[in-house]
Design a protein around this ligand. Sequence first.
Ligand SMILES: [Zn+2]
Length: 237
Amino acid sequence: MMLGSDMRVVVLTGAGISAESGIRTFRANDGVWENHRIEDVATPFAWERDPRLVWRFYQGRRRQLLDVNPNSAHEALVSLESYLDEFLLITQNVDDLHSRAGSEKLIHMHGELRKLRCEMCGEIIDAMDDEHLQDQYVKCVQCTNERLRPHIVWFHEMPLRMDEIYDAVGECDVFIAIGTSGHVYPAAGLLSIAKDTGAHCIGINLDPPENVILFDEFHQGLAGELVPALVTKWMSE
Ligand SMILES: [Zn+2]
């Protein structure tokens, strides 16, 4: 495929791209994440029932960000962004590896581990200082709330900025899905929308996803190896 710099490109990334940086994520097949059942730590009901357990779980995930680094796939997507006039990176991942690599046109549809949110006043803060990463709760600086929550889209909650996402996918010329399994909705439905739009659809994943038949090209293997090679090729043809 040739990629002109005036082509509109949307990239969707999932757990596979972060896994190669050492981030262990939720395993959909057995419903377990770092030895916790999803219903115990990643739903609004869990937060209501046992906030301390949920808080400690997310503080562990948040502290883990300090020990991981972006990989060559994250970096290649930064080069792609700077080559293109119209680009959007949508990630299902809650880590900060895309931003730390340098991606700017970026939507975290499932929220961000770096941030905490106040359920009383709506304040969202970037909270990665030592004082924010302890086991005790973090208070809101704007109101009387003693307990900010992770700025994460939990199961049963709506993903963020879906209007912008649907607009971009509905107008793109090329849609590229990297490291995503194809069974978490609504992210999984974006491929169908891109396909209906007439976009050229490219998939890159360790295993063929469930919806592999919808891709015009599918590349099987490690994102850290395939993405840099493909990006270089697309920009030089
Ligand atoms: Zn507040």
